[in-house]
Design a protein around this ligand. Sequence first.
Ligand SMILES: [Zn+2]
Ligand SMILES: [Zn+2]
Length: 135
Amino acid sequence: MKPLSKEEWSGPACPACGGLPQVSVIREESGEFMAGSPRYLVCGRCALWWSFARATCPWCGEDDSRRVGSFSPEGERLVRIDACDACRAYVKTFDLREPGGKDIVPLVDDVATLTLDVWAHEKGLQRSGVSLAGV
Ligand SMILES: [Zn+2]
Ligand SMILES: [Zn+2]
């Protein structure tokens, strides 16, 4: 599926179904004019990808880089959490540029990396928007 470009949509809710993002991904984009690699949010309902500002909290819109930061457990490079100090929520982010990143299926690997959610909860962070079945 071809992700929508930033010009087409950059809101925090899915442009196709209005669903909330479940995870986000960062992937290499050739021919991209902007510095850095683009980030996408992935809809938990229809699995659409759409672009979203990298250092912005999708839940409250905080974009102060001192309040929005990334954390990952020791040794983990494929997945991390982007946490927001303003609302204490986070979104799980997969970095598809890392080795093995090509094999990541965001919505599937989200469930496979629940230990990261436990880790985030231990830091006092909350996961907004989604309620995973059985969690
Ligand atoms: Zn959707
Ligand atoms: Zn926030």
